[in-house]
Design a protein around this ligand. Structure first.
Ligand code: SF4
Length: 213
């Protein structure tokens, strides 16, 4: 299957936005501080951003809070006008949802379902609160499948038809490198596992640490 250049698509959309006589609103899903650095810098010029930190996938709760606090600190320092919304953390329900896919390796169906769940929650909130656009920072990560993320975005755009999906591949044109640099300059905490209990366990196996179970 031919890959679509979602980076190019994001630039085409920016050209449309530049012609508007107002700055559209966007609900931006953020999974953590380091992944949000470059997407925030890039999007802030063209959008009124509200961040949506819906990440009940993250295990344990202390880690959810640690990533959230790092993000808050960065926003307070660099983007004081940006609002941050944090829906209720519910890792128990999230684990029940992910449990169906537990035998699957990272980067496959379990992760695609995980992207889709959080993106659907965000899109729903964006539609209920009249946002013009929705997107996620996740395409900044080399571990995330940008083609899948954008296909999910396209499906959700049809489901919540008043909100546009901002297609993106933030990692392109050194986006990933820039994110790493900003995170380093700000001495940000960077996690060494993706988030869910399965990724937590694999990380611990590698480090021969304690396993949850
Ligand atoms: S590894 Fe990351 S993307 Fe995949 S299911 Fe776990 S938290 Fe979700």
């Amino acid at each position: 299957m031919n890959k679509i250049n979602y980076y190019k698509k994001s630039l085409e959309e920016i050209e449309i936005i530049k012609k508007l006589d107002y700055k559209p609103s966007i609900l931006l899903h953020s999974c953590c501080g380091p992944c949000s650095t470059f997407p925030l810098t890039f999007l802030n010029e063209y959008f009124n951003i509200t961040i949506y930190y819906n990440n009940s996938n993250i295990y344990p709760e202390s880690e959810f809070n640690r990533r959230l606090n790092e993000l808050k600190e960065y926003i307070n320092k660099e983007f004081k006008d940006i609002k941050l919304i944090v829906p209720k953390y519910d890792n128990e329900s999230y684990n029940k949802f992910l449990g169906v896919f537990k035998e699957m390796p990272e980067g496959k169906e379990r992760c695609f379902a995980c992207y889709a769940k959080r993106m659907d929650e965000g899109f729903k909130y964006a539609a209920e609160n009249n946002f013009d656009y929705y997107t996620t920072v996740m395409s900044i990560s080399r571990q995330k499948n940008s083609q899948k993320l954008n296909v999910i975005g396209s499906t959700l755009e049809k489901k919540y038809n008043k909100v546009k999906y901002f297609y993106s591949d933030f990692k392109k044109k050194d986006g990933n490198l820039k994110s790493n640099q900003i995170a380093k300059e700000n001495d940000m905490y960077r996690q060494d596992y993706c988030g869910c209990i399965y990724s937590y366990n694999s990380r611990n196996k590698k480090h021969k640490g304690d396993l949850y179970e």
